[in-house]
Design a binder for this molecule. Structure first.
Ligand code: HEC
Length: 144
């Protein structure tokens, strides 16, 4: 999966620049990935479910948002700190910030704000996955 910047780079013949950029983003040390994996497996359905709850103006969305804030801001961020991947840390922090904003917006009944933050959180998923997630031949995901 590639973002538009990556596509543009390839379009203009910048494949080398791109692979150099991705190479430098890769975690250098071998770090235990189990906490990250558990968080991600839970994040997938929870993030989608949260979007539906916001659309349905379901107040229990606040609890889901708090859980997601912890999975991203604690479990996921911890992994990228250990891996010393600063872009990953930034993506995880941004996601957590948006989930905290969602919890507050939902509690205040500000559904448009909650929806806007949910969209911003989705952008962090894509950003971090483009930089750090790879699909293995068997269809499972791994960190790159
Ligand atoms: C800071 C980086 C980062 C952010 C932010 C992030 N992810 Fe991930 N995600 C990863 C990495 C790395 C993997 C691959 C390793 C893995 O699967 O555990 C992954 C894997 C996944 C998987 C596959 C899990 C599996 O192994 O079966 C899902 C689903 C997922 N992410 C959903 C999300 C969603 C939804 C968001 C946004 C709310 C998100 N992720 C945000 C880094 C991130």
């Amino acid at each position: 999966m590639m973002n538009t910047v990556a596509r543009k780079l390839i379009g203009t013949g910048g494949v080398l620049i791109l692979s150099a950029a991705l190479g430098s983003a890769a975690p250098t040390a071998k770090v235990d990935e189990s906490g990250l994996r558990t968080a991600m497996k839970a994040t997938g359905p929870a993030h989608g479910g949260l979007g539906k709850k916001i659309a349905a103006k379901d107040k229990t969305a606040a609890d889901d948002a708090k859980k997601l804030a912890a999975w991203l801001g604690s479990d996921t961020e911890k992994y990228f700190k250990k891996a010393k991947a600063s872009d990953g840390i930034t993506f995880a922090k941004s996601a957590s910030t948006e989930y905290k904003a969602i919890a507050k917006a939902v509690a205040a009944g500000k559904w448009d704000d909650a929806a806007a933050s949910h969209k911003k959180a989705s952008a962090t998923c894509q950003g971090c996955h483009t930089a750090h997630r790879e699909k293995a031949a068997d269809g499972s995901y791994k960190v790159k």
